[in-house]
Ligand binder design. Sequence first.
Ligand code: ATP
Ligand code: MG
Length: 594
Amino acid sequence: MGRRPVDASPDGWATQLSSASNLTDYDEARRDFSWAVAQRFLSGLPDARGINIAYEAVDRHVATGRGGHVAIRSIGRHGTRELTYRELMTLSNRFANLLRSLGVGPRARVFTVLGRQAELYVTALGCWKNTSVLSPLFAAFGPEPIRNRLLLGDGEVLVTTTSLYRRKIAPQRDQLPALRHILLIDAPGEPPAGTIDLGTALAAQPDEWTIPATSPEAMALLHFTSGTTGTPKGAIHVHEAVVAHHVTAAFALDLRPDDVFWCTADPGWVTGTSYGIIAPLTHGVTLLADDGDFDAARWYQLLADNHVTVWYTAPTALRMLMRAGTEMAARYDLSALRHIASVGEPLNPEVVVWAQEAYGMPVHDNWWQTETGAIMISNYPSMPIRPGSMGRPMPGVEAGVLRCGDEGRAAVTDGQVEVLGADQVGELALRPGWPSMFRGYLHDDARYLAAFAGGWYLTGDLARIDADGYFWFVGRADDVIKSSGHLVGPFEVESTLLEHPAVTEAGVIGVPDPIAGEIVKAFVTLRAGYQPDEALRGELLAFGRRRLGAVAPRDIAFDQNLPHTSSGKVMRRLLKARELGLPEGDLSTLERPR
Ligand code: ATP
Ligand code: MG
């Protein structure tokens, strides 16, 4: 392979990367990449008026003759609805006109408390067209987390459903003086006092809209983190981020215009926005929007009926599918599937191996955060996967591992940090400079500044890099357990327990111990048919000892309902707080039934 790709467009780069047959080829393909060049492969607003996410996601396709292609197929309890790119353009134009007619200006915060319904996409795109700022929240949030985020984020507009409004917002509306407009997507006829029916209001708006000049640095998104380790933070993202969304979706997710793409993430989580809305639309794909709850059989049916080609999901869902069994997967025609990727939590090697058996292809793990806005480390489509590894850095991303101090975070001496070599565990860090890098935590500059040292952004995760440049997740700095002089990453212990046939999910924490400092305690969820009795406990403890030696769990509890965040992560800090009888802390993102 030559040093310079023939076709230097992101798609050309993607082809180059996917045809690379060894790591040296990957590294060559990476070397010539620059974000400045990548930016040229999005159109930018006409007449060089900057870059706007909604233009790249929608209007651009209409301008190039793909307006008739289906952009969104939304499915779920609200029925099925398809919107072409042209229809999405018109509706989002009307939404932008509506915002203007309500006096909602640039930079104003537009919140959604919605599932994956067509109106969500119209709102997001229309909001960006008006250069207002989108902040999507989980519909499953209770009244308090909604109020806290609306207050912290200075919410001016809220788009939601009548029932969510009545249950969660109306009772506390007097506490939200800055919230000027409430748009309900399903209140034709007589909307509740002080609200507007969105459909009626949109129908009255003109179809045309000229996107105003948009600075690449204009704020576009306010995204709250999952709150796995504490109070959620409001990460600020700008319009330029779309360059990273587009490029990483080509490289890591292998997206092409004729794909049917399903990202199972809720828009209240950054994955549901970066890859549930923006990236797929910039590629002109048909995106499947499912508003239903997880159910193994229903999910397989969706994959089969819609001929999904690329599927982006999360470890917790994959573990549940694994629990449902290989035989169930075999009952559905998944032949259209070409690529499966996962994010959000460590992907257990057991799951990668099982997927190969059940789907005939592995799952491609990738790593990123609300703060990074886009995939940073990934298993590229044709890269040899090492089960359990997050993969290697994306083109344009420099990642390293820094030596930690006593508190388990990167040690900073006189503003300097030390980059570790192969196979040493330290804090995962990134060199700032990619377009979707967050530009701040809203109203919390101190916390933002504290996330940087020695020219690196510190991620708060611990990792190691092997001799071939593959990254291995060790744990969150807060979750790592120190036991008898060993540093134990809960992920490794959890993954080992998952290899036992009785176990489908595990959460591992450190419990204080006078001799060892901390001992490892595991909470495990059992597969159907296994009894949570002393015999099984003994067997699991012995299994752990055999496989893990000194870092094996010393105590095992059975728990069929491990606490998860709304974005599907095991909440270890809650397991720990309960174990130690400590305050449970901020539980706003604890997954609860709707
Ligand atoms: P908070 O920052 O509020 O505690 P959070 O970190 O869970 O919440 P997100 O931004 O949604 O919020 O999640 C990013 C984190 O998720 C990463 O820092 C990492 O800990 C974890 N993560 C994401 N992808 C992976 C992966 N592939 N492997 C392991 N961990 C992952
Ligand atoms: Mg985080």
